[in-house]
Design a protein around this ligand. Structure first.
Ligand code: KIV
Length: 272
């Protein structure tokens, strides 16, 4: 393909499978815009998720439900333009795949055509089986997402840990097996007990990527703005902060405001 650079070996769904087979951990982060996606890719991340968490961190909504297909495509195409190496997975937003499988296929094709992303991610198990089959049969790689599925927040009622009870854990394992058997290339497990995530990762052959699911899975994903400390209010137990960008950005902007007010900026060297 003409866009593939000669020097950079792109990560594909097959690369991730080979990593699991070699017992090599997979790193994954979200990104939603060109500038940050470029840095994330440069840092050597294996896969980028254009998450519908854009609804929270980019648009300020309380849930992931309001984000539209067009908005997801806008974010995803910005990320794709920045990325040279990582696999780019795009979340299918709420309401674009749960209804019927024809609509699901239409939505997935629109994402692939208009964003240039490499795969889609869908939340749910047996209830979205027909949509998963239809999308996979069109040659579109699908990543599953089980455990805490934020698009169902009004069904759960809270963002607390899922599948602590035997019955829900059994159902999750069955759904994970089903998604793997259908041909999904990977699975995100969000906020479930570590022992359950380990069991799923050992049971199914495809890569299992955890968020709040312990370290005995095949890889990890975090929301970029949370791990960089841009968003300080969100502090679940599973989150490790790798930077305090809120403080750094705030102090830089305060300094700028002060410099402008004191007529210190621009100085003689900074003008024509
Ligand atoms: O939308 C998102 O950011 C996600 C991750 C939390 C896995 O689905």
């Amino acid at each position: 393909m003409s866009t593939y650079s000669a020097e950079v070996k792109r990560v594909t769904t097959h690369t991730l499978q080979e990593m699991k087979n070699r017992n090599e951990k997979i790193s994954m982060l979200t990104a939603y815009d060109f500038s940050l996606a470029k840095i994330v890719d440069e840092a050597g991340i294996d896969a980028i998720l254009v998450g519908d968490s854009a609804s929270n961190v980019m648009a300020g909504h309380e849930t992931t439900l309001p984000i539209t297909l067009e908005q997801m495509i806008y974010h995803a195409s910005s990320v794709v333009r920045a990325v040279k190496r990582a696999l780019v997975v795009v979340d299918m937003p709420f309401g674009t795949y749960q209804g019927n499988s024809s609509e699901a296929l239409r939505s997935a094709i629109k994402i692939m055509k208009e964003s240039g992303g490499h795969a889609v991610k869908m939340e749910g198990g047996r209830e979205i089986k027909e949509s998963v089959i239809r999308i996979l049969s069109a040659g579109i790689p699908v990543m599953g997402h089980l455990g805490l599925t934020p698009q169902s927040i009004y069904k759960f009622g809270t963002y607390t840990v899922r599948a602590k009870e035997e019955e829900e854990a059994e159902r999750l394992i069955e759904d994970a097996k089903m998604l793997a058997e259908l041909g999904c290339f990977g699975l995100v497990l969000e906020k479930i007990p570590a022992h359950l995530a380990k069991k799923v990762a050992e049971t199914i052959q495809i890569p299992v990527i955890g968020i709040g699911a312990g370290n005995e899975v095949d890889g990890q994903i975090l929301v970029l703005h949370d791990m960089l400390g841009i968003n300080k209010e969100f502090k679940p137990r599973f989150l490790r902060r790798y930077a305090d960008l809120h403080t750094i950005i705030l102090s830089g902007i305060k300094q700028y405001v002060d410099d402008v007010r004191r007529v210190d900026f621009p100085n003689e060297k900074e003008q024509y």
